[in-house]
Write a protein that binds this ligand. Structure first.
Ligand SMILES: C[S@@+](CC[C@H](N)C(=O)[O-])C[C@H]1O[C@@H](n2cnc3c(N)ncnc32)[C@H](O)[C@@H]1O
Length: 114
């Protein structure tokens, strides 16, 4: 990406990742929207049980190292971090990490990535 394009997109280099400086994305359902918490709560209520069922079937357990891309509100990242425990690690990314940052902890790392 050219420096001009980076400036247009508000992107900066950070720790070898491209991190959004101002929250932008071509993604339509942006996390900065006022309705985002309600939307995420609805998505979690509808889909988290199935997602967790899949993850349990996969056998996610203590010590696993997991990557979630597009973590949204972080409910699944939080579940993963609880599941892998202190010997595991979870990296969760999003173009807009505003809901993920509060979840950051010893086993849960958060990166803004496009
Ligand atoms: C439906 S929500 C996440 C749901 C969550 N993964 C789950 O299973 O409950 C989709 C998220 O993907 C993020 N997203 C969209 N495009 C992305 C991209 N190119 N890279 C990373 N995250 C992206 C959005 O910002 C949004 O927070």
């Amino acid at each position: 990406m050219t420096p001009v394009r980076q400036k247009e997109m508000g992107v900066m280099e950070s720790n070898n990742f491209l991190a959004p400086q101002s929250m932008h994305s071509d993604y339509v359902l942006v996390n900065k929207g006022k309705e985002a918490p309600t939307r995420f709560a609805a998505l979690a209520a509808i889909y988290d049980p199935q997602t967790i069922c899949h993850l349990e079937t996969l056998g996610v357990a203590c010590g696993w190292r997991c990557l979630e891309i597009g973590g949204g509100s972080g409910t699944i990242a939080k579940w993963l971090a609880d599941r892998v425990g202190p010997t595991g690690a979870v990296l969760v990314t999003d173009v807009d990490t505003r809901f993920l940052e509060p979840l950051r902890g010893p086993t849960l790392d958060v990166r803004a990535m496009i």
